[in-house]
Design a protein around this ligand. Structure first.
Ligand code: FPP
Length: 238
């Protein structure tokens, strides 16, 4: 048993799965091969999170900005997601993973939307580990969509603008009901947050790592968790 397994892991870990393209280029492979290896790294990491007892794992799988990539690359990522969700639906009774989706799913293909809804509905009864896929997700877009929903409730007399609090507003976000991540990991050496969970990460610890996402291993997760525990989290207090 490693040192990390003895201390409680964070309840909620969020990951920006970055570096797939560079991983592929280093090997002279097409970018889609990097995403395929990235999907494998996700499987590995999700399994390991379950072993450690992490309750929520949120991953940035496709951003609102990623549509600017080539049709081939976007199509490749969507195919990997569909394949993964089909596999997850097939193995659902064995794995007991609960799925949620953050982002504006309306721009995804009808088939992929259907898979997302099916995975979300059929897994809602499980309570071991929850994977939140951020798909066509942008943090600012999430906040704008939440404001629209809130404004519609105010117009319909179902909400009171003067009584709005942070807690009430949180319930209009895609992440409603999910505790904020304590730890955000960004592999690949980039030091940005890239529109990932801006509302939810105001008190999160950020760990940036030099490994490319397809190479990310359980040992890397252990070292991110160790770094998390070394930090003194004060939430603005003393
Ligand atoms: C960022 O790396 C990664 C993405 C935009 C896509 C992430 C998607 C996956 C890991 C596959 C999704 C499927 C499952 C099942 C999780 P990048 O391409 O920007 O890397 P680069 O900065 O090196 O070019």
């Amino acid at each position: 048993m490693s040192q990390v397994e003895k201390i409680a892991p964070p309840r909620h870990i969020a990951i920006i799965m970055d570096g797939n393209g560079r991983w592929a280029r280093k090997r002279g492979l097409p970018r889609t091969a990097g995403h395929k290896a990235g999907a494998e790294a996700f499987r590995r990491t999700a399994n390991y999170c379950r072993t450690l007892g992490v309750e929520y794992l949120t991953v940035y799988a496709f951003s609102t900005e990623n549509w600017r990539r080539s049709e081939e690359e976007v199509g490749g990522i969507m195919k990997l997601l569909a394949a993964y969700l089909k596999e997850a639906l097939r193995d659902m009774q064995k794995n007991h993973v609960r799925f949620r989706f953050f982002g504006d799913l309306s721009r995804l293909s009808p088939d992929l939307q259907k898979l997302c809804l099916e995975a979300q509905e059929r897994s809602s009864k499980f309570d071991e580990v929850q994977v939140n896929f951020c798909l066509n997700y942008g943090g600012r877009d999430e906040i704008v969509r939440a404001v629209r929903r809130f404004a519609a409730d105010v117009a319909a007399g179902k909400a009171d603008a003067s009584a709005l609090t942070e807690d009430v507003f949180s319930n209009y976000l895609d992440s409603a009901g999910v505790p904020d991540p304590e730890l955000v990991i960004r592999p690949s050496g980039e030091l940005r947050t890239s529109n990932f969970l801006p509302w939810q990460t105001v008190y999160s610890e950020f760990v940036y790592m030099n490994v490319l996402w397809p190479d990310f291993s359980p040992a890397d997760l252990d070292s991110a968790i160790e770094e998390f525990h070394r930090r003194n989290r004060r939430f603005g207090g003393v």
